[in-house]
Design a protein around this ligand. Sequence first.
Ligand SMILES: [Zn+2]
Length: 171
Amino acid sequence: MKKTTTTVQAQPAGRRRWGRAQSPEIEDPYKARAKPAEPSYCPACDAVFHKGRWQWAPRLAGASAVTCHACHRIKDDFPAGILTLSGAFVAAHRPDLLSLARHQEELEKQEHPQNRIMSIEEGGDRLVISTTDIHLPWRIGEALRRAFRGKLDFNYDQDGYFVRVDWRREA
Ligand SMILES: [Zn+2]
C-alpha cells in the first residue's frame, strides 16, 4: 500500500475536510441578518460600512450607527471559529504562539475587518482561540504549521457557518 504523509487527519462522520473545493461560500448568518444602510459605522469598533462591505475608513458625514456583525458575535459570545492549540510544546512556547496568532489576526483584520479574534483562553498545555469568522482559525493554523510543524486538523461544518481547527505538538 502506498504510504502518503499528510497532516490532515480523518474527520468524524458528518463533517468534511476543509479543502479548496469546500471553501465556504456560505454566508455568515450574522452578516445576512443585518444589511446596514449606507453609510453606516459601528460604534463598538469604528469600522465603516460602505460600498457593501465593512472596512477601515474614515467615518462619512451623516453615517448612522449600526453594530457590525463581528461586534455582534463578540457581544453574543458566539464564535464562528475555534482554534485549539494543545500539547507540551504549547506550555513551553506560549508567548511565541500567542504572538504568531495575534500577528496573523492583524494581517487578516487589515483587509477583512470582520475577521477577528474574540477571545483567547489559556490553561496548562492548551490555548483556545475563538474567532468571529471561519477564515482566521484556518489562517492561524496554517501559519502555526509553517512555523512550528505540529499536527493540524480542520473540521468545517457544512451546514452552519462554523469551523473547528486543532493544532497539536508535543515536544
Ligand atoms: Zn464593530
